[in-house]
Design a protein around this ligand. Structure first.
Ligand SMILES: Cc1cc2nc3c(=O)[nH]c(=O)nc-3n(C[C@H](O)[C@H](O)[C@H](O)COP(=O)(O)O)c2cc1C
Length: 187
Protein backbone atom coordinates (compact mmCIF):
# COMPACT_ATOMS: atom_id res chain seq x y z
CA UNK A 1 0.00 0.00 0.00
CA UNK A 2 1.22 3.51 -0.68
CA UNK A 3 1.40 5.95 2.22
CA UNK A 4 -1.64 7.79 0.87
CA UNK A 5 -3.78 4.65 0.55
CA UNK A 6 -2.66 3.54 4.02
CA UNK A 7 -3.58 6.96 5.43
CA UNK A 8 -7.05 6.81 3.87
CA UNK A 9 -7.59 3.21 4.99
CA UNK A 10 -6.66 3.80 8.63
CA UNK A 11 -8.47 7.10 9.32
CA UNK A 12 -11.48 6.82 11.59
CA UNK A 13 -13.50 9.27 13.66
CA UNK A 14 -11.79 9.71 17.02
CA UNK A 15 -14.26 10.63 19.80
CA UNK A 16 -11.98 10.63 22.82
CA UNK A 17 -8.89 12.82 22.52
CA UNK A 18 -5.95 13.22 24.87
CA UNK A 19 -5.37 16.83 25.95
CA UNK A 20 -1.82 16.75 24.52
CA UNK A 21 -1.18 19.67 22.14
CA UNK A 22 -0.11 19.09 18.55
CA UNK A 23 3.47 19.88 17.49
CA UNK A 24 3.59 23.36 15.97
CA UNK A 25 5.24 22.03 12.78
CA UNK A 26 2.31 19.65 12.29
CA UNK A 27 -0.21 22.46 12.82
CA UNK A 28 1.58 24.46 10.13
CA UNK A 29 1.68 21.45 7.76
CA UNK A 30 -2.08 20.85 8.19
CA UNK A 31 -2.81 24.54 7.59
CA UNK A 32 -0.76 24.43 4.41
CA UNK A 33 -2.50 21.25 3.24
CA UNK A 34 -5.85 22.98 3.78
CA UNK A 35 -4.78 25.77 1.43
CA UNK A 36 -3.66 23.18 -1.14
CA UNK A 37 -7.24 21.85 -1.53
CA UNK A 38 -8.59 22.11 -5.08
CA UNK A 39 -11.75 24.15 -5.66
CA UNK A 40 -14.07 24.88 -8.57
CA UNK A 41 -12.48 27.53 -10.82
CA UNK A 42 -9.84 27.87 -8.09
CA UNK A 43 -12.11 30.27 -6.23
CA UNK A 44 -11.04 28.96 -2.82
CA UNK A 45 -14.35 29.95 -1.21
CA UNK A 46 -13.23 29.11 2.31
CA UNK A 47 -11.58 30.36 5.44
CA UNK A 48 -9.70 28.13 7.86
CA UNK A 49 -9.52 29.00 11.56
CA UNK A 50 -6.77 26.91 13.11
CA UNK A 51 -7.58 26.77 16.81
CA UNK A 52 -4.99 25.46 19.27
CA UNK A 53 -6.31 27.31 22.34
CA UNK A 54 -7.75 24.38 24.33
CA UNK A 55 -9.58 26.68 26.75
CA UNK A 56 -11.38 28.28 23.80
CA UNK A 57 -12.28 24.86 22.37
CA UNK A 58 -13.68 23.88 25.79
CA UNK A 59 -15.73 27.10 25.79
CA UNK A 60 -17.16 26.21 22.36
CA UNK A 61 -17.88 22.71 23.70
CA UNK A 62 -19.88 24.04 26.66
CA UNK A 63 -21.84 26.45 24.46
CA UNK A 64 -22.51 23.69 21.93
CA UNK A 65 -23.73 21.20 24.52
CA UNK A 66 -26.10 23.78 25.98
CA UNK A 67 -27.43 24.61 22.51
CA UNK A 68 -27.93 20.92 21.68
CA UNK A 69 -29.69 20.28 25.00
CA UNK A 70 -32.25 22.93 24.13
CA UNK A 71 -32.54 22.55 20.33
CA UNK A 72 -31.60 19.00 19.38
CA UNK A 73 -32.36 16.47 22.11
CA UNK A 74 -31.51 13.42 19.95
CA UNK A 75 -28.03 14.79 19.13
CA UNK A 76 -27.59 15.87 22.78
CA UNK A 77 -28.34 12.35 24.03
CA UNK A 78 -26.12 10.78 21.38
CA UNK A 79 -23.29 13.05 22.47
CA UNK A 80 -23.91 12.24 26.15
CA UNK A 81 -23.75 8.52 25.30
CA UNK A 82 -20.37 9.16 23.62
CA UNK A 83 -18.89 10.80 26.71
CA UNK A 84 -20.71 14.11 26.98
CA UNK A 85 -18.33 16.35 25.04
CA UNK A 86 -19.42 17.78 21.71
CA UNK A 87 -15.79 18.36 20.74
CA UNK A 88 -14.47 15.23 22.47
CA UNK A 89 -11.74 17.04 24.45
CA UNK A 90 -9.85 17.86 21.24
CA UNK A 91 -6.78 20.06 21.84
CA UNK A 92 -7.01 21.54 18.35
CA UNK A 93 -9.53 22.06 15.60
CA UNK A 94 -9.83 23.56 12.16
CA UNK A 95 -13.06 25.49 11.66
CA UNK A 96 -13.92 25.76 7.98
CA UNK A 97 -16.12 28.63 6.88
CA UNK A 98 -17.59 29.09 3.41
CA UNK A 99 -18.22 32.03 1.19
CA UNK A 100 -21.48 31.34 -0.59
CA UNK A 101 -20.74 32.60 -4.06
CA UNK A 102 -23.17 30.70 -6.30
CA UNK A 103 -25.15 29.16 -3.49
CA UNK A 104 -24.19 26.19 -1.38
CA UNK A 105 -23.67 23.71 -4.23
CA UNK A 106 -20.31 24.97 -5.41
CA UNK A 107 -18.73 26.25 -2.21
CA UNK A 108 -20.27 23.37 -0.21
CA UNK A 109 -18.47 20.84 -2.38
CA UNK A 110 -15.23 22.79 -2.14
CA UNK A 111 -15.50 22.97 1.65
CA UNK A 112 -16.24 19.24 1.77
CA UNK A 113 -13.06 18.51 -0.15
CA UNK A 114 -11.13 20.83 2.18
CA UNK A 115 -12.61 19.00 5.16
CA UNK A 116 -11.33 15.66 3.86
CA UNK A 117 -7.97 17.19 3.03
CA UNK A 118 -7.53 18.42 6.61
CA UNK A 119 -8.55 15.07 8.13
CA UNK A 120 -6.29 13.07 5.80
CA UNK A 121 -3.34 15.44 6.14
CA UNK A 122 -3.62 15.04 9.91
CA UNK A 123 -3.77 11.25 9.66
CA UNK A 124 -0.70 11.29 7.45
CA UNK A 125 1.10 13.00 10.33
CA UNK A 126 -0.18 10.44 12.86
CA UNK A 127 -2.86 12.80 14.19
CA UNK A 128 -6.40 11.54 14.77
CA UNK A 129 -9.47 13.54 13.80
CA UNK A 130 -13.22 13.78 13.88
CA UNK A 131 -15.15 15.76 11.31
CA UNK A 132 -17.78 17.50 13.42
CA UNK A 133 -20.82 18.97 11.70
CA UNK A 134 -22.54 19.51 15.04
CA UNK A 135 -19.84 22.02 16.00
CA UNK A 136 -21.44 24.46 13.59
CA UNK A 137 -24.72 24.36 15.49
CA UNK A 138 -23.42 27.03 17.81
CA UNK A 139 -21.05 28.93 15.55
CA UNK A 140 -23.23 29.27 12.47
CA UNK A 141 -24.99 32.63 12.50
CA UNK A 142 -22.85 33.88 15.40
CA UNK A 143 -19.59 34.37 13.51
CA UNK A 144 -19.11 37.95 14.69
CA UNK A 145 -20.18 37.42 18.30
CA UNK A 146 -17.93 36.44 21.20
CA UNK A 147 -16.36 33.91 21.50
CA UNK A 148 -16.79 33.06 17.78
CA UNK A 149 -15.36 36.41 16.75
CA UNK A 150 -11.97 35.03 17.81
CA UNK A 151 -12.11 32.68 14.81
CA UNK A 152 -11.42 35.53 12.42
CA UNK A 153 -14.17 34.47 10.02
CA UNK A 154 -14.33 37.15 7.30
CA UNK A 155 -17.55 39.04 6.60
CA UNK A 156 -19.74 37.14 4.15
CA UNK A 157 -18.44 33.73 5.27
CA UNK A 158 -20.40 31.20 7.31
CA UNK A 159 -19.15 28.65 9.83
CA UNK A 160 -19.78 25.29 8.12
CA UNK A 161 -17.86 22.55 9.90
CA UNK A 162 -14.99 21.77 12.23
CA UNK A 163 -12.33 19.08 12.02
CA UNK A 164 -11.29 18.11 15.53
CA UNK A 165 -7.64 17.12 15.85
CA UNK A 166 -5.53 15.36 18.47
CA UNK A 167 -4.42 11.96 19.66
CA UNK A 168 -6.70 9.05 20.55
CA UNK A 169 -7.02 8.65 24.34
CA UNK A 170 -8.50 5.15 24.23
CA UNK A 171 -8.22 2.16 21.95
CA UNK A 172 -7.73 3.02 18.26
CA UNK A 173 -11.05 2.87 16.41
CA UNK A 174 -11.72 0.60 13.45
CA UNK A 175 -12.38 2.07 10.04
CA UNK A 176 -16.03 1.77 9.05
CA UNK A 177 -17.25 -1.32 7.17
CA UNK A 178 -17.01 -0.98 3.41
CA UNK A 179 -20.23 -1.22 1.40
CA UNK A 180 -19.23 -2.75 -1.91
CA UNK A 181 -22.77 -2.21 -3.26
CA UNK A 182 -21.82 1.46 -3.60
CA UNK A 183 -19.44 0.59 -6.42
CA UNK A 184 -20.12 0.07 -10.11
CA UNK A 185 -17.16 -0.81 -12.28
CA UNK A 186 -17.63 -0.01 -15.94
CA UNK A 187 -15.01 -1.48 -18.25
C1 LIG B 1 -20.05 16.05 7.09
C2 LIG B 1 -19.79 15.21 8.31
C3 LIG B 1 -20.30 15.60 9.54
C4 LIG B 1 -20.03 14.84 10.69
N1 LIG B 1 -20.46 15.30 11.91
C5 LIG B 1 -20.16 14.58 13.01
C6 LIG B 1 -20.51 15.08 14.31
O1 LIG B 1 -21.10 16.16 14.45
N2 LIG B 1 -20.16 14.37 15.38
C7 LIG B 1 -19.49 13.16 15.27
O2 LIG B 1 -19.18 12.57 16.30
N3 LIG B 1 -19.14 12.66 14.06
C8 LIG B 1 -19.45 13.35 12.95
N4 LIG B 1 -19.06 12.89 11.71
C9 LIG B 1 -18.32 11.62 11.61
C10 LIG B 1 -19.17 10.50 11.00
O3 LIG B 1 -20.11 10.06 11.96
C11 LIG B 1 -18.22 9.37 10.56
O4 LIG B 1 -17.36 9.86 9.55
C12 LIG B 1 -18.95 8.17 10.01
O5 LIG B 1 -19.73 7.56 11.02
C13 LIG B 1 -17.99 7.13 9.42
O6 LIG B 1 -17.09 6.72 10.43
P1 LIG B 1 -15.51 6.92 10.27
O7 LIG B 1 -15.23 8.40 10.14
O8 LIG B 1 -14.95 6.35 11.56
O9 LIG B 1 -15.07 6.18 9.05
C14 LIG B 1 -19.30 13.63 10.58
C15 LIG B 1 -18.79 13.24 9.34
C16 LIG B 1 -19.02 14.02 8.22
C17 LIG B 1 -18.41 13.59 6.88
Amino acid sequence: MTDTIETIATRYSCRNFKSDPLPEADVQAIARAALQTPSARNRQPWHFSIVTDKALIDEFDNLGMEKLRVDNVAAYERTISRGGRLLYNAPAMVVISAQHIDGLMSSGLDVGIATATVALAAKGLGIDSCICGLASQTGHGHETEPPYDRLGIPEGYEYVIAVLLGYEAGEPGAPHALDESKLTFVS
